[in-house]
Design a protein around this ligand. Sequence first.
Ligand code: M6P
Ligand code: ZN
Length: 191
Amino acid sequence: MPHIVPFVTEIDMNSGELSAPGYVIQRKLSDMATMYIDEAAARRILAEEGDRLIYEVQGVALPAEEGQIPHCTTRILAGRIGEEYHMTKGHYHARREQGEVYFGLSGRGYLVMQTETGETSVVEMVAGSAAYVPPYWAHRTVNVGAEDFVFFSAWEARASHDYGAIERAGFRKLVLLRNGKPAVLENPNYS
Ligand code: M6P
Ligand code: ZN
């Protein structure tokens, strides 16, 4: 078993940048155009404005073994695709029994969660919010503000990401602009 020595990472709370990221993931509109309810709006943006960065993840590199606690920041840029706010893809954990902790660093977002048995929960996060994603809950974050929404996450290494169910069926709840503010609505396409 590799022996990891203690380390500290400095985080820029406004950009989510790590002092020494082990990995950086950028998700663009073209990576997730089919995930937005108004896919035609996504296609229009891609055709007329070109691709757009939706969010960036910066994390520390740790082995995927029992007891390790990977952690990262996510920065979701402000904006919408049609009426739907910029969001992450969202996932269940491959090991459903593993939870996760989020901590808001800057901006304002919604954390959208659901279980496979039909429960849903949406909580608001601002700088200083510690949000708990319990075991068995899929999770997606949405930037509902005018600035970047940046948060920190930590989870157990073997939890692992399972994107399949969300890619196939989506989330039950959507966060859309309504009357000038974010509203949580039923997803008519949820299957
Ligand atoms: C959070 C954590 C990460 C995740 C990231 C982006 O920071 O849950 O594990 O990778 O959000 O979300 P997604 O993987 O769903 O694109
Ligand atoms: Zn997770």
